[in-house]
Ligand binder design. Structure first.
Ligand code: UFG
Length: 327
């Protein structure tokens, strides 16, 4: 298939493109490189530099090849930033996303795999979260992801679109050639790895008073290659006539911040400097996925099992790319 990947120069998007190419699909990447990297785009993919809000760039992407389906990852994705700038999140994640849907319609493209998030759920719901757990985002980022899912539902109801929304939990790890390189990094694992190699200050532990086994927040970490592979399965599922739906992508294992730190120390063989800090605003105490539906519907199952394996790949990439991507 000819697949348009918006945000295909980003951390997750570039690995999605890698997996598409590996499965012999043809990938057209649309990315404005605001947080992605030119060097992250696999050589066999065709890059159009531009935004999903820009008609000219979208036109170029849709005309590069006859597009069969779209994987839409281009978005603003910082929880803290979303609280400071909800308007920006509305603009990019909802308004520009809707413009992408209009452009798909204009080009007769119906199938879409959307990059959604665990942030759509009510974090006070019982764990593990299933796709029918209550939805109540605790920050504007999650709200925009849920709003866009609702728009997909509406458009699917009138037959304009067919979609799978993949709700990622905490994506981590690296492939051989592609890893996590965010400017102004905020994610726990890359921060801990950089601290382990002495490349940054002690990492703050946001909150030690959560109602969890060791007082720190619990997340469900899933390998980026496993997440990427689910996208390849999802486009095939839609092409085979699959139903519109949302699917969780997680490992089903909750790991606390302190447990992540201990695992980083084991994998790297180094001590990781940390410092206690107050809770970070908008952070729920625990998020754990049930991914039974993705397993059943897509025939997906994570291949990188256990946090240590995830960390080994992330550490390997960081050691090979201490400065991240060149461009
Ligand atoms: N944490 C720290 N110190 C840090 C950074 C993070 O203690 O310096 C903690 C956080 O409080 C959280 C955990 O480590 O408990 C993981 O934090 P990340 O920032 O790595 O990830 P989040 O769980 O906050 O966010 C991720 C995605 C979001 C998504 C969210 C919910 O980045 O896009 O999961 O699925 F919305």
């Amino acid at each position: 298939m000819n697949v348009l990947v918006t945000g295909g120069a980003g951390y997750i998007g570039s690995v999605v493109v890698e997996e598409l190419v590996r499965a012999r699909h043809s990938a057209i990447v649309l990315d404005d490189l605001s947080s992605g990297h030119r060097d992250a785009v696999p050589p066999l993919a065709y890059l159009v530099k531009g935004s999903i809000g820009d008609p000219e760039s979208l036109g170029q992407a849709f005309q590069a090849k006859s597009i069969d389906c779209v994987i839409h990852l281009a978005a603003k994705s910082g929880v803290a930033e979303s609280m400071a700038r909800p308007d920006l999140y509305e603009q990019v994640n909802v308004t520009q996303g809707t413009f992408l849907l209009d452009t798909m319609r204009a080009h007769g493209v119906t199938d879409l795999v959307f990059s959604s998030s665990a942030a759509v759920y009510d974090p006070s719901a019982p764990m593990p979260l299933t796709e029918s757990s209550p939805l109540r985002p605790s920050n504007p980022y999650g709200e925009t992801k849920l709003r866009f899912e609702r728009i997909l539902e509406e458009r699917a109801a009138t037959g304009g679109i067919r979609y799978v929304a993949l709700r990622y939990f905490n994506v981590a790890g690296a492939s051989i050639d592609r890893g996590e390189d965010h400017r102004g990094e905020t994610h726990l694992i890359p921060l801990l790895l950089d601290a382990a190699r002495g490349a940054r200050e002690p990492v703050p532990i946001y909150g030690s008073d959560y109602p969890t086994r060791d007082g720190t927040a619990i997340r469900d970490y899933i390998h980026v290659v496993d997440v990427a592979e689910a996208h390849v399965r999802a486009i095939r599922y839609l092409a085979d006539g699959g139903e519109n739906r949302a699917l969780n992508l997680g490992a089903g294992q909750g790991v606390s911040v302190r447990e992540v730190i201990a695992a980083v120390e084991t994998v790297t063989g180094r001590r990781v400097p940390t410092v206690p800090a107050p809770r970070r605003q908008g952070d729920p105490p625990a998020l754990i996925a049930s991914s039974d539906a993705a397993r059943r519907v897509l025939g997906w199952s994570p291949q990188f099992e256990g946090l240590n394996v995830i960390l080994e790949t992330a550490w390997g990439w960081r050691v090979r790319h201490p400065e991240g991507y060149k461009e």
